[in-house]
Design a binder for this molecule. Structure first.
Ligand SMILES: Cc1cc2nc3c(=O)[nH]c(=O)nc-3n(C[C@H](O)[C@H](O)[C@H](O)COP(=O)(O)OP(=O)(O)OC[C@H]3O[C@@H](n4cnc5c(N)ncnc54)[C@H](O)[C@@H]3O)c2cc1C
Length: 299
């Protein structure tokens, strides 16, 4: 399908972008890497007369350390995120997601902001970032607000972002000592295949290895990345062992609300959720045990 006539605007600053949005909304969309939006325009899912490219806004680029946590500029592309030394050394759970996403060509243009703002239920970054207690920063001429990811998504391709707001950054807090997280996904092949089901898990352990806090977040099996409180409740206060993981996996399976499509039936996806939850919890537990803070205290 052809993309019909579209005017592309290239603001240099957030204020200019806001002015363009004010002028053309609702007949306008922000454009970042275009890997979601151009497909939507070609298939007719989205029809607008104006694209406001944010690619020249330098303030939206780069990954920096903030109080031991990460501030990821919205225009950071996936390959840049996964190549950042700070991410590689201290936020390895994010790499579980980035290494499986799409293919290198897409990872070189797809942005972190776009992966979140598009609110596609099978997107890979939202579940692991939610397990890491991340939030998004939303900017408009009226001010800035930070929204926790679990409160950001309201439906497939729907978020609480207002039309005038630009997602400027993702904030990932510094992991607590004895904290670990992991992401497990299933796709029909290794490269360039979206997730059929995915689970992110995080665990905060006591010194005796009981679970102080946990998060289980499902991807691709519900209208939004689903934080499953019932699964966390199965873990809290219990030893972090196979038995607890199995109970949490059952709660996660119950909470899944998958569809059936060409990639798999709803029943198959529910089964995947249980398996992936156990896998993600095992990974989260391993990372919590390996965490530097734990080793140095134990020593
Ligand atoms: C072949 C292929 C394979 C893929 N495989 C995967 C995969 O395995 N896993 C996965 O998660 N994704 C996958 N994707 C989807 C896609 O690459 C990602 O979702 C990408 O990160 C979107 O970012 P973008 O910069 O391309 O966004 P765009 O397409 O430019 O924008 C997407 C949406 O977000 C909005 N938007 C973008 N940036 C902002 C911002 N800063 N503030 C507010 N709104 C904004 C746009 O207006 C638009 O509605 C794949 C895509 C393709 C084409």
């Amino acid at each position: 399908m052809y993309v019909t006539d579209i005017e592309v605007h290239q603001p240099m600053t957030l204020d200019e972008a806001a002015a363009e949005l004010g002028r053309y909304a609702p007949d306008a969309r922000l454009l970042a890497g275009g890997t979601d939006l151009l497909v939507d325009l070609k298939t007719g899912r989205v029809r607008v007369g104006h694209l406001i490219s944010i690619n020249r806004i330098a303030a939206l680029r780069g990954v920096t350390e903030k109080n031991g946590g990460l501030q990821i500029g919205a225009l950071t592309v996936i390959s840049q995120l996964s190549g950042t030394p700070l991410v590689r050394e201290q936020f390895a759970p994010i790499l579980d997601a980035t290494r499986e996403m799409a293919a290198p060509q897409i990872r070189n243009v797809a942005t972190v902001g776009g992966n979140i703002a598009s609110a596609v239920p099978c997107a890979d970054l939202p579940p692991i970032l939610t397990a890491l207690h991340a939030s998004v920063r939303l900017w408009s001429p009226g001010g800035e607000r930070d929204v926790l990811l679990e409160a950001f998504f309201v439906g497939p391709r729907q978020t609480v972002r207002r039309t005038a707001e630009v997602l400027t950054a993702v904030l990932v807090p510094r992991p607590a000592p004895q904290f670990g997280a992991a992401y497990a996904r299933f796709a029909l092949r290794d490269g360039n295949a979206i997730a059929v089901a995915a689970v992110a898990a995080s665990l905060l352990l006591e010194r005796d290895h009981t679970v102080r806090a946990a998060r289980i977040v499902l991807g691709a099996v519900a209208p939004v990345p689903r934080l499953v409180e019932a699964a966390a409740a199965e873990l809290r206060g219990r030893p972090a062992d196979e038995d607890a993981f199995r109970h949490a996996a059952e709660a996660a399976r119950e909470a899944a609300e998958p569809i059936s499509d060409v990639r798999g039936s709803a029943d198959f996806r529910r089964e995947l959720v249980a398996v992936l939850t156990r896998r993600a919890l095992a990974g989260a537990y391993r990372r919590a045990m390996e965490s530097q803070a734990w080793s140095s205290r134990a020593g």
